[in-house]
Ligand binder design. Structure first.
Ligand SMILES: [Zn+2]
Ligand SMILES: [Zn+2]
Length: 438
């Protein structure tokens, strides 16, 4: 009788298990952890912290990882980062999973009960703080992934490094931070050098799917600073000074002719954007100087130096034409994010097997940038987006918008995809995957 009941149960499971799924125990663990994953996300969302200041988020993460009894939990990595090490019960490769923790100086306009009301002073201005890039979802998903994998530690082959990274959006001006600082501190030094590194990112696309591509996925970026130095005077007597505001206006439009008039539009896509101009105190005083801050994006590392030279020439020669000077400097270079071919093909295949053939959408490169590129420059990397739009919403506000909002069931897709990718890669014996084409 007992045997009959068991065989009926097995037959029922076979009938109800969908064609595309993770192993049944993992699916169950995902279902079990989901309500807490959503709760963590809301808590982090309501308490956002800027780059290199993620102390509350880091404490929450560290407490959770310690409760899972990971083999190692390191805090204060690259200032506020947390790294957890989980050693499985069976031999296998070392892999790394990364979640970024920082929020943005954006004042939230999304009307949810856990809306952020946090404010701070950023570059001398009073602003709100918001998880406008969805990093709250990344932290919650990675906490859930750590829990699912830690509970299956005995069967797990290999070692998983969970990287909770500070300051992905860039550290405060004048500070070091992010992925680059983690590596500088030796995160990937032997014997803990992973064979692959994976990360996900929320995006305003249809939920239930992931979006990615092999090779170059995200642009290389760099912060631009231009200091226009004129000579202060009364606004009614401009001829007695050198007006840096007018010159900054000329530089602003001049810079746009670099991508549109100087580069090959098909082969050398370039974006130059100025996002902040600061100069002057009063309507009738011409200030001595104006500071312009912006960003440049390239998809080809080979043209980065050339773009520097063109920006510098444009700004300094426009300034010189009016008798002023322009100091141009470049900061925080992020490399192009390259998805290694074998890791990416494997990852996409694992997600299709777990979530369905149409769950992976291959997309063209995008001009956003990610400091995950530093990790992926060291070891084979696979980076993918997961959709967070509510069903039927096609044109939701993008990342960094004060209206960026997350359809929370989409988090489960992110979690399942990350688990599928991780478990698949752990199934490859240590040292064996470099040449293997899936
Ligand atoms: Zn962002
Ligand atoms: Zn982001």
């Amino acid at each position: 009788m007992k045997r009959l009941a068991l065989s009926i149960a097995v037959a029922l499971t076979a009938l109800t298990t969908p064609a595309h799924a993770l192993p049944a125990e993992i699916e169950q663990a995902v279902t079990a952890v989901t309500p807490r994953m959503i709760a963590w996300r809301r808590d982090i969302h309501q308490h956002p912290e800027l780059g290199n200041r993620e102390t509350r988020t880091a404490a929450l993460v560290a407490r959770h990882l310690r409760s899972l009894r990971l083999d190692e939990v390191r805090t204060g990595v690259a200032r506020t980062g947390v790294v957890g090490i989980l050693r499985g019960g069976r031999p296998g490769p070392i892999i790394a999973l990364r979640a970024d923790m920082d929020a943005l100086p954006v004042t939230e306009q999304v009307d949810v009960p856990f809306k952020s009301t946090v404010r701070t002073t950023y570059n001398g201005q009073d602003v709100g703080v918001m998880h406008a890039c969805g990093h709250d979802t990344h932290v919650a998903i990675m906490m859930a992934a750590a829990e699912v994998l830690a509970r299956r530690r005995a069967e797990l082959a290999g070692t998983v490094m969970f990287i909770f990274q500070p300051a992905e959006e860039g550290p405060p001006f004048g500070e070091e931070g992010g992925a680059e600082l983690m590596l500088k501190e030796g995160l990937f030094n032997p014997p803990m050098r992973p064979e692959a590194v994976f990360a996900l990112h929320a995006t305003n696309r249809e939920s239930g799917r992931i979006y990615t591509r092999t090779e170059g996925l995200l642009a290389g970026s760099e912060r631009i600073r231009i200091l226009v130095k004129g000579r202060q005077t009364h606004a009614a007597r401009p001829h007695e000074g050198i007006d840096p505001i007018t010159i900054a206006g000329q530089i602003l439009t001049g810079l746009q002719t670099i991508p549109s008039r100087q580069m090959n539009a098909v082969e050398q896509p370039v974006v130059i954007s100025i996002g902040r101009i600061n100069g002057g105190i009063r309507h009738n005083i011409i200030p001595p100087e104006v500071e312009m801050m912006g960003t440049m994006r390239v998809l080809d590392e080979g043209i980065r130096d050339d773009i520097h030279a063109r920006i510098t020439r444009m700004a300094s020669e426009i300034a010189a034409a009016s008798g002023a000077e322009a100091e141009v400097s470049f900061h925080e270079p992020n490399p192009v994010t390259v998805n290694e071919r074998v890791a990416t093909r494997r990852g996409m295949q694992a997600v299709r097997a777990a979530l369905g053939d149409d769950a992976v959408v291959e997309i063209p490169p995008i001009m956003g940038a990610e400091d995950f590129s530093f990790f992926a420059r060291e070891v084979p990397g696979f980076f993918f987006f997961f959709g967070v739009n509510a069903p039927g919403v096609a044109d939701a506000p993008p990342n960094h918008s004060p209206l960026f909002s997350v359809y929370e069931p989409g988090l489960q897709t992110g979690l399942k995809a990350m688990l599928a990718v991780a478990l698949d890669r752990l199934s490859v014996p240590a040292g064996a995957a470099a040449s293997g084409t899936p």
